[in-house]
Ligand binder design. Structure first.
Ligand SMILES: Cc1ncc(C[n+]2csc(CCOP(=O)(O)OP(=O)(O)O)c2C)c(N)n1
Ligand SMILES: [Mg+2]
Length: 430
């Protein structure tokens, strides 16, 4: 490495250039004009739909393409059109709009001090809701923290979600998880972990166990593009490919990992879908803001997994339209124009335009739906607030902190719990 004056290091060979590294830098920073003309967006409908049993080698070009169904006029075109009935399309639209309404209200609840933390998924709703629609309801899902759409699409009660977010006395997880780290066995929804990519080996392991037991349920997991840099991603992909595990590995490429752009996870060099080819796994690269493309890709991968033809890695190309979480301020590190200029548009708006174009929907119905959903979310938050909000005193009993981890409480934790109870009684005698 050259020193600060860029003089070669002592001992470096004078007839060779000093070695250097490339440090990725995002294209746009705050205040910059945004120009996405270099982003290659192929026309909708032009991508081939391979046989469910196609070899990863035969699919290798798909990892650099982009599966798209909805064209610029809102028409569904090409071999990936899943040809869904209008009532299913409307249900999908409604679920995406419900996720957005929920996000809006809970984001504000955090600003009002009712919870410590919240994460939105604005712009990425299709990648969870439409995938959930294409899976069987009992397929096991291992989501990251941005797939609230899967839980909502599976009909999990909004009140339960809010109870968890408020860590109140109704919270089934007893306040032990960070807000939004839901879990529901009944909805085949594995506990969300904040430790990035840990859900990947868990999903593959679960899928392998499902096969070993002779079950028919498959697994699906999601992580962000930044999380693909974790070792867990790679060991999971190796196991999935080696054992032909019945699993779908989704990578949500929303361009950002908090304030690090996708280049730090390798996006300047190749696509995230192209990882699949290296492992010998089917790979698809999909327009993540196209509800029909998301549904169709998941349907394809689910059928492949369910018929023992192997795992699929799907990269959803999308954009994180807002901050990483309520603790983040994206205006400090990226241009505000990025979201507006994003060439793949907004997933809800695109499905809405498709339904309008089919003659199955209109602006008035859409506005009425949005109003109804906002009221549903409001009612759920009001109901949950009866169980308490952050710091309101209606939280879980103090002792629960020590319960449920071990079948029998080990002696040292027993001692700690007794000490904690003594100290508590001294500090708050009432
Ligand atoms: C193992 C680990 N490392 C770092 C973090 C801190 N962290 C939380 S979210 C995040 C960014 C993840 O970005 P990405 O995978 O792209 O997902 P996105 O937030 O965009 O959905 C980081 C670095 C963490 N939670 N766990
Ligand atoms: Mg990301």
């Amino acid at each position: 490495m050259a020193d600060q004056d860029d003089k070669p290091m002592a001992g470096a060979k004078p007839n060779l250039p000093p070695l250097s590294l490339h440090v990725p830098e995002p294209q746009f920073r705050p205040g910059d004009d945004v120009d996405y003309s270099n982003v290659d967006i192929p026309p909708a409908g032009k991508q081939p739909r391979p046989d469910i049993g196609a070899t990863p080698y035969d699919m290798r070009e798909m990892v650099y393409d982009l599966v798209r169904v909805l064209d610029d006029d809102g028409k569904a075109v090409g071999p990936w059109d899943p040809k869904l009935k209008p009532d299913v399309l409307i249900k999908m639209l409604e679920n995406m709009a419900l996720v957005r309404a929920f996000d809006e209200r809970l984001f504000r609840a955090q600003r009002q001090g009712k919870t410590s933390f919240y994460m939105k998924c604005r712009g990425e709703e299709a990648t969870s809701v439409c995938a959930a629609f294409a899976l069987a309801s009992d397929d096991m899902v291992f989501p990251s923290y941005r797939q609230q759409g899967v839980l909502i699409a599976r009909g999990y009660p909004l009140v339960e979600m809010v109870n968890q977010i408020y860590s109140n006395k109704g919270d089934k997880l007893k306040g032990r998880q960070l807000p939004i780290m839901y879990c529901s066995r009944e909805h085949s929804f594995f506990t969300i972990s904040g430790n990035l990519a840990t859900q990947y080996p868990q999903a593959v392991g679960w899928a392998m166990a499902s096969a070993i037991k002779g079950d028919t349920r498959i697994a699906a997991t999601w992580c962000g593009e930044g999380s693909t840099a974790e070792g867990d991603f790679h060991s999971a992909a190796t196991f999935a490919a080696v054992y032909n595990a019945p699993v779908i590995l989704n990578v949500i490429n929303n361009q950002w990992a908090i304030s690090s752009f996708s280049g730090f996870a390798g996006a300047e060099r190749t696509t995230f879908a192209a990882r699949a080819t290296g492992y010998g796994m089917a790979g698809l690269r999909v327009d993540g803001n196209d509800a029909l493309a998301v549904y169709a890709a998941t349907q394809w991968a689910a059928e492949r997994a369910r018929t023992n033809q192997g795992p699929t890695l799907i990269e959803y190309f999308t954009y994180r339209a807002e901050g990483h979480s309520t603790s983040d301020d994206p205006s400090a590190y990226r241009s505000a124009d990025e979201s507006k200029e994003w060439p793949l548009g907004d997933p809800i708006n695109r499905l809405k335009q498709h339904l309008i174009q089919l003659g199955e929907w209109d602006e008035d119905r859409h506005a009425a739906m949005d109003e109804r959903l906002a009221n549903d979310v409001k009612a759920a938050t009001k109901e949950a607030e009866k169980n308490g909000i952050l710091g309101h005193g209606l939280h879980q009993p103090f002792e629960t902190m020590f319960q449920d981890v071990f079948e029998e409480l080990p002696w040292h934790l027993k001692e700690q719990s007794e000490q904690a109870a003594r100290e508590r009684a001294k500090k708050w005698p009432e």
